[in-house]
Design a protein around this ligand. Structure first.
Ligand code: TYC
Length: 117
C-alpha cells in the first residue's frame, strides 16, 4: 500500500463533490447543547387531605426536610397552590404521578400538576 497522500480524501469522495461518502459537509452546530425546558410541580389545596399526609408526600417525593415540607404545606393550605420544585419534563412527570398515585391509594383528593416554567 502506498502512503496516503494529501489528495486521498478528494479521491475517496470526501471533498465538496458530494459523492455518497461525503463527510466534508458535516458542520459543528452553532450551539453545542440545548438546555431542557423546566417544569414547576405544584400542589393544590383541598379541604380533606390531612396536613400530615401532604407533609409526608413532600418529604418522600420531593426530598424536602420536615421543616421545608411543613412550610410548603402551610403555604398551599393558606394560598391555594404552591411550588414543590422545578424539574426537567420527565422528572416532573414522575413526581406528579407519584403524588397522584399515593393520593389515590389513600383515597385523598390531593391534586398535583405541572406547568412549563
Ligand atoms: N387544606 C388541608 C386541610 O386543612 C391541608 C392541605 C394542605 C391539603 C395542602 C392539600 O396540598 C394541600 N386538611
Amino acid at each position: 500500500m502506498p502512503p496516503r497522500g494529501a489528495d486521498d480524501d478528494r479521491k475517496a469522495g470526501n471533498g465538496d463533490g458530494g459523492s455518497k461518502n461525503d463527510t466534508a459537509t458535516i458542520t459543528k452546530p452553532k450551539t453545542r447543547s440545548k438546555r431542557p425546558s423546566l417544569y414547576r410541580v405544584l400542589l393544590l389545596n383541598d379541604d380533606y387531605t390531612p396536613m400530615e399526609f401532604v407533609v409526608l408526600v413532600l418529604q418522600d417525593v420531593f426530598n424536602k426536610t420536615r421543616e421545608e415540607a411543613m412550610r410548603i404545606m402551610l403555604h398551599v393550605h393558606n394560598q391555594g397552590v404552591g411550588e414543590c420544585g422545578v424539574y426537567p419534563f420527565e422528572v416532573a412527570e414522575t413526581k406528579v404521578t407519584r403524588v397522584m398515585d399515593a393520593a389515590r391509594k389513600n383515597q385523598h383528593p390531593l391534586q398535583c400538576v405541572m406547568e412549563k416554567q
